[in-house]
Design a protein around this ligand. Structure first.
Ligand code: HEM
Length: 174
């Protein structure tokens, strides 16, 4: 059956969601190991990490715009629903995190060149104190994001099984 325009808009939102999810989890899991590698390998890993981080930033802006433009996921008084608030908290955090990563990279004494094209590490002087400050913030936001991803997954699982149980109950009644 053909999709309605609204269903197509939700489908686009879902595709963007899953692309963002995969690369966010990749950066959240892989970021911690980057410092363990020798400089040449670290430069390549930083190129991947900063490129993916920049892509996350852009995808989050597109997702935000798409949701607002098409008025998706806005049930009445959504701000009173923990599930919806939890979803919305991701947006500012996932826009701030790459910006903090960029600030950190600007003060780093090793190359951070997103996509092999954007030399973030050339944007500022080598400054260990400033880098440590932004690394600390980057780390804290990463921990908050890990916690939120787990909560979000549990919440979606709860809704999934609740809906399933409600459907089974309705079928048994009929
Ligand atoms: C949503 C996007 C991002 C996520 C989830 C993320 C996550 C992480 C995590 C978990 C770490 C490990 C922190 C630690 O070792 O203490 C890290 C390190 C780092 N990130 Fe990101 N990051 C993102 C975007 C970016 C961007 C866009 C840049 C640069 C433009 C960047 C630059 C860095 C740098 C320089 C490090 C330190 C590497 C090291 O020396 O160990 N990050 N990131």
């Amino acid at each position: 059956m053909a999709l309605t325009p609204k269903q197509k808009q939700y489908r686009t939102a879902q595709i963007l969601h899953w692309i963002a999810f995969v690369i966010i989890v990749f950066n959240l899991l892989s970021g911690w190991r980057i410092d363990n590698f020798e400089p040449a390998v670290k430069a390549i890993l930083m190129m991947i990490h900063s490129g993916i981080g920049t892509t996350i930033f852009l995808i989050m802006l597109v997702r935000w715009w798409w949701r607002r433009k098409n008025r998706l996921y806005v049930p009445p008084r959504w701000w009173k629903r923990p599930t919806m608030v939890l979803q919305w908290v991701f947006y500012p955090l996932l826009v701030i995190q790459p910006v903090v990563g960029l600030a950190q990279a600007a003060f780093a004494d090793f190359p951070v060149v997103a996509y092999g094209l954007i030399p973030y590490s050339s944007l500022g002087p080598d400054d260990p104190a400033m880098r440590a400050l932004f690394l600390g913030i980057h780390k804290w936001i990463a921990w908050i994001l890990i916690l939120l991803v787990i909560l979000h997954a549990l919440d979606r699982g709860r809704i999934f099984f609740k809906d399933d149980a409600a459907m089974l109950a309705a079928e048994n009644r009929s």
